[in-house]
Design a protein around this ligand. Sequence first.
Ligand code: BGC
Length: 766
Amino acid sequence: MKLLSSLAVLAVLFGFKSSEKPYFTAPSNTDIETLISQMSIEEKVGQTCQITLDAIHKTDDKGQALVPAQIDKAKLKEALETYHVGSVLNVGWHTLDRAEWKSIMTDIHAPYLQKEQNIPILYGIDAIHGVNYTVGGTLFPQEIGLAATWNPELARQMGEVTAYECRASGIPWNFSPVLDLGRQPLWSRHFETLGEDPVLGTQMGVALVEGYQGKGAKVDEFHAAACLKHFVGYSASFTGRDRTPAFIPEKYMQELYFPAFKAAVEKGALTLMINSGVVNGIPGHANYQLLTQTLKKDWGFKGFVVSDWEDFIMLHTVHRTAPSIAEAAIQAFNAGVDMSMVPSNPQYKTYCQDMVKAVKEGKISMERLDDAVRRILYVKNQLGLFGNPLPDMSKYPLFGSQTFKNIAKQAALESITLLKNETQTLPLKGSQRILVAGPGAASINMLNGAWSHTWQGLDTSFNTKGVLNIYQALKYQFPVASISYAKGVELYMEKDFEASRFDGLDSYKKALKKNDVIVICLGELPSTEKPGDIRSLQLDEKQKELVRLAKAAKKKVVLVLLEARPRIINDIEPLCDAIVQAYLPGDQGGVALAELLTGQADFSGRLPYTYPRYDGVIEFYDHPGSVARAKSGQFTAYNPQWDFGFGLSYHAAVVKNVSFKSKNENTGAFVVKVSIENPNKTSVQAVVPIYLSDLYASTTPENKRLIGFQKVTLAAGENKTIEFAFDASVLKRISSDGKWRAEKGAFEIICDGNKLTFELFNDLLF
Ligand code: BGC
């Protein structure tokens, strides 16, 4: 009775009949509570349900999505009116143009704008290296390349451009960034990570979130909600295969896998997606401790948690922690999943029915349901969707503009990493006859990798018009030289795995004779998730044969790697005069490579991971204990192909002096100053990393670990002193009692070969 009468009062206050639903255009927290109090169980459950576009798409007789993309209004009506669905994601199987997006979005938002619905729909997409599902969008390097720039400002700019172009496509929610730590190079999604280091990953990841969401208290119509993926440990699978179990001790969870997520949550990231795999025996989607205790209670995450694709269903079908799909939905929801990417039709209908039944039977409490709905409505409100779910899509004049392409090119330029350059092989010279060869030489798809116009990124028919591949870009940027092309090897998919065959090998051999320098572009076909699983890290043999043949012909060999993950090349490395790691540099990668290879721009990319030398020995730069053993001569424990942070430049800056000053002996705060000089007649960009080594501690310390870095630009002849201010929290590690502690004793600061030792006199607990 009490409830009924207070609702009647509210109805009078807000000017709607009690039979009508409140329609707020910029709801306050109280309004949101009013909304929730007016919703039926069915409506609340609907908010937690996310469907894929295919579920409401017009199809032909065979179920194939129609082109141009069109909403099936009957299916939409059913999803909204009967099931009250709150969110839609994805694209059919390929990229759409902005007119198609406009038509889709107009249809989807029409019921809300016509006040038939009172809660707007939230649309999400994987714009993971630019708006890869909108024709003409700006494609950046994949995250692994972005990390190699060591330039958080570029990450912020990439985020800003991507969010703008998402909004220009009518989409306010981006399933990015991936904050999984790249410590399993076999993993098919290694390229989607920001590398192996938690400090680099955190700074770059937080910058991306800031770029996506903007700096305001609310997200304006030029920004989009970020989605932190995939909480947590997805990247650490033991087998290296996608979505297989990981084992992560609590210490490493705290020190390595949590930091980027925690920092991004503190930055205000609005949503978070869950790891589809199993960590320490518990599926990510059933992990109450991680989702509710750690994320929501301990870290104070205010946004909502979304499942990954069909993942509550997997709790029953794959992980077998739930005896039925209905039980699985309850398990995931009670663990802390607020929205389920169900996402297909008719599965979503069953999900809604099962969930309503579970609430009615008390298997899901109303309090928990309200909490999920509150979080979802909070995010919709932060995005300004109430009242304006579809800002005018014509007011985005910079979509696909040269200004945006220049930022993407800058990101590619700063990411590409020079790993070897003997006898000044690079830059290429105008007097040389240059052969550009290999499967990557004339492929736009190999520049971009997966999540580019299609999920796997293999289809060439949707590539952005006017984009130059490496061969075309070299010809264009370097007209003075003689430049020709021979493919030599073709990559293709065979029974789910990448395979190769020689393609025009005779022409390649003939072309070798006529040229001085052979730029061989090798790597991988685009792939991600399960289709990207591999059985060995070795680079494909036929591709390596192109290097052997070029060397046997006594030519200068420049190896360009287009890799989603570091592939083993220890046998061909000695045969190469220069080696360039391009990662997956995006649409502007061809032009950026051409500028770098010809010396029109300088390299400033640095490896965001330890490049392995052997297939069976995967190690990381901070690996505890290994250096001492390597020194003893008994073992060569740490012996990667290239070290984390490694990268050459044509013109380098020189670190002149490193100084340490304790700011406060009691709190442990300190400052490191680095004087750096550019002795060159040209400006340079330098990455200055600061590493720390705890010399003795109760748990075996890392050899060294990154605690800060800056990327600086120095004009010709310029001297600069850069300052790093640290508080004592950078000294903390998980000690033997499982607590965060800076343990007293000696520490070493390491910067460019300079080592400074200081002492902490008391333990500090955090
Ligand atoms: C991937 C996610 C992605 C989602 C939606 C899943 O298969 O694991 O990273 O955001 O699909 O497309």
